[in-house]
Design a protein around this ligand. Structure first.
Ligand code: FES
Length: 145
């Protein structure tokens, strides 16, 4: 996994962490607004976002493949306004398939958004830390209003 521009450190070790609570399942409507949350990717504070696509929760780092910038058009709003199928970068219009994070059009060069592992159980959504993706010391989580 890449943190979009950071230098890999294959020797880095981190203790396994429990899944981190993200939001109630009901906060993520099908192709609706995202839940945005903080994490640390290889020591660098970043934001990530979760969406519900075809009934499944997906999450990605909020970092465009074209340039390392956050992508939303409005707070918590990442999807195109027409059919809510694409994550569209507000900077130069790169289009990513919302279900896979793969570049479909625009200046993302065939790249893929960095996924964040998520799970949903008992009416709640969690994200799973990995060796590269760790919880921040203090978290702020934006749930669509
Ligand atoms: S920074 Fe996202 S398309 Fe250019």
């Amino acid at each position: 996994m890449s943190c979009a521009g950071s230098t890999p450190d294959p020797g880095a070790a981190a203790p396994a962490l429990a899944p981190q609570p993200l939001c109630p399942s009901g906060a993520l409507a099908e192709r609706g607004r995202a839940v945005v949350f903080d994490l640390v990717c290889r020591g660098e504070p970043m934001r990530a976002f979760a969406l519900r696509i075809d009934g499944r929760v997906v999450a990605y780092l909020n970092r465009c493949v074209h340039r390392p910038v956050e992508m939303e058009w409005q707070p918590c709003d990442f999807l195109d306004a027409l059919d809510r199928r694409w994550i569209v970068c507000s900077m130069h219009g790169a289009h990513y398939d919302a279900g896979s994070g793969r570049c479909a059009a625009g200046p993302c060069g065939g790249g893929t958004l960095t996924p964040v592992p998520v799970l949903e159980r008992d009416g709640r959504v969690w994200w799973q830390p990995t060796r590269e993706l760790q919880p921040p010391a203090a978290s702020r989580c934006s749930v669509p209003g």
